[in-house]
Design a protein around this ligand. Structure first.
Ligand code: HEM
Ligand SMILES: *[C@@H]1O[C@H](CO)[C@@H](O)[C@H](O)[C@H]1NC(C)=O
Ligand SMILES: *[C@@H]1O[C@H](CO)[C@@H](O)[C@H](O)[C@H]1NC(C)=O
Length: 500
């Protein structure tokens, strides 16, 4: 089709000019020429007509979104992952508007950066746009994990996963999360830590108790180790050759599957479901529907732990960076947390879920971090059929990417978008403009847990410690989420409490 349009349409005048040079030739030759010429003209008209009909059909009925498809070259694809995603999208949005087409990873894509259009893709017409991931990632997480599915299987699993991360289900785990925080904090004192690495360890431990319950089976340690191998390969090139991180990760995945299957069968036999997501998935046979198979349960447990820890750790790393760079804000957050601490001490009790509901400033700091950092810059969907969309035509199989980051950084919804300003959340954002946890059927079931574990950590960290960023301050790295450069190395020291 591209070839069709790019044929150079030779202007007829050129041919006319050539033929007029024959005017001294005999009449018969001339009339043959005129006949040939008329035939040629007729053909030209027909071709032009066909071409314009073709074009008209595409420009009127089936108008593709504007934008340049180019030839997918590696540089462009790498750019989207390795360079500042703000400018990649902003440049194109400025040129083409809120809906434009492009090419990444060899796939034609439509980028969406208006809240209304994103809502259509994720919520109102979600059935027309299925989630899509590279096959290597699907293999690594497990093909039966809910991320990859649509329809009945997805909604059945989603209900189960959601039910185990509802506020009512996690409010009892505040003390356990606090125990994990209190285990980590002293190990940071007077040392320089890689914030991202430490936050990953913290978020991983929280994810493990939420997914597998509090029962400390002998398998837990092994699972942790295998997970680390899996993660190393997850973001590497999917090269299945001896010695590659990918091959090692796939091996770890197989062992993880076996370990988890043993754990599942053990808990089935002992009728001890042990709480957590695993307990809910094992217990799902109590409903009318069939029991989930071992590998369905394993894939989903592995998938949830995956979705839970990298994301939360990246956001926490940004929170520490922003609080470090905004001293007044850090002091204000600390005062809020000291107020809570006072109540906890006076009542001689532990930190509770209700305490975490009374941390408005800290909560706004987390919201503003989710907006500013937008660690999930966008998500991938794929059109399951030809779709009419906002006056455009999106062909079946094209990728559709709602750009959360562009929406979060649009000055119409968030004035001075580059400024870190938690007070903007004193009024709720306009509907569908703030989607750090996505929207619609595939939105994040772990949002409350993520916020809870951030609040509990910030409670103890701001009261007891201060941190100084080491080295050059302001770079960003992508691995794959955007995080402060080198994972934000900080020196942690006990907080000196000023005498009143
Ligand atoms: C601050 C941390 C987190 C962020 C920013 C985040 C963000 C997101 C987003 C944007 C989506 C939607 C993806 C899409 O529509 O394609 C998502 C899905 C998901 N998240 Fe999170 N998430 C976080 C933490 C967690 C936690 C703690 C859990 C653990 C329970 C979790 C589990 C999931 C699952 C299972 C899905 C897939 C849901 C589905 O496909 O139906 N996430 N997350
Ligand atoms: C996990 O093991 C089961 C058999 O126990 C198998 O059916 C399933 O395909 C395995 N899953 C993965 C992702 O390897
Ligand atoms: C850390 O340093 C401070 C001040 O130098 C000191 O009071 C504290 O005991 C040290 N903590 C540890 C765990 O070494």
């Amino acid at each position: 089709m591209q070839l069709f349009f790019s044929l150079p349409a030779s202007p007829p005048q050129t041919f006319l000019a050539t033929f007029t040079t024959f005017r001294h030739c005999p009449v018969r030759f001339l009339s043959t020429l005129i006949l040939l010429f008329s035939l040629f003209l007729l053909l030209l008209v027909v071709v032009l007509l066909l071409l314009s009909i073709h074009q008209w059909r595409h420009s009127k009925d089936r108008r593709l979104p504007p934008g340049s498809m180019g030839w997918p070259y590696i540089g462009e694809t790498l750019k989207i992952y390795t360079e500042n995603p703000n400018s990649f999208f902003a440049n194109r949005q400025k040129r083409y508007g809120d809906i434009f087409k492009t090419h990444i990873l060899g796939c034609p894509c439509v980028m969406i950066s208006s809240p209304e259009a994103a809502r259509i893709v994720l919520v109102t017409q979600a059935h027309l746009f299925k989630p899509t991931y590279p096959p290597s990632k699907e293999k690594m997480i497990g093909p039966e994990a809910l991320f990859f599915h649509q329809g009945a299987y997805h909604s059945r699993l989603k209900k189960l996963v959601q039910s185990s991360f509802l506020p009512s289900a996690i409010r009892g785990s505040v003390s356990e999360i606090e125990q994990i925080v209190l285990k980590f904090l002293p190990t940071w004192e007077n040392t320089t830590i890689n914030t991202l690495q430490e936050m990953k360890r913290y978020a991983f431990d929280v994810a493990m108790i939420s997914a597998l319950g509090h029962k400390q089976d002998s398998e837990i340690k092994g699972i942790k180790h295998l997970y680390q191998c899996l993660e190393k390969g997850y973001n590497s090139m999917p090269l299945d050759l001896p010695g590659t991180p990918f091959r090692k990760a796939m091996k770890a995945r197989k062992l993880l599957n076996e370990t988890l299957t043993r754990l599942i069968q053990g808990r089935r036999k002992n009728e001890q479901q042990g709480g957590g997501l695993l307990g809910v998935l094992l217990g799902s046979k109590n409903q009318k529907v069939d029991q989930l198979s071992d590998s369905q349960i394993a894939d989903n447990v592995i998938g949830v732990i995956f979705a839970a820890h990298d994301t939360t750790a990246s956001v926490l790393t940004w929170v520490l960076k922003y609080l470090h760079d905004n001293r007044d804000l850090l002091e204000a957050v600390t005062r809020e947390q000291e107020g809570i601490q006072q109540e906890v001490i006076e009542a001689n009790r532990r930190l509770t879920w209700d305490d975490t509901r009374h941390m408005p400033l800290t909560t706004r700091v987390i919201q503003e971090t989710l907006r500013t950092a937008s660690i999930l810059s966008f998500t991938f969907r794929e059109a399951v059929q030809d779709v009419e969309f906002e006056g455009y035509y999106i062909p079946k199989g094209w990728k559709v990417l709602p750009l959360f980051r562009s929406i979060h950084h649009c000055a119409d919804f968030f004035p001075h978008p580059e400024k870190f300003d938690p007070s903007r959340f004193e009024v709720p954002p306009r509907p569908n403009t703030f989607m750090p946890f996505g929207n619609g059927v595939h939105s994040c079931p772990g949002s409350e847990l993520a916020k809870l574990e951030m609040l509990v950590l910030l409670h103890h960290l701001t009261i007891g410690y201060r941190w100084q960023v080491m080295g050059d301050k302001d770079g960003i790295q992508y691995g794959p989420f955007p995080v402060p450069i080198r994972g934000l190395p900080v020196k942690v020291t006990p907080r000196k409490i000023k005498a009143a």
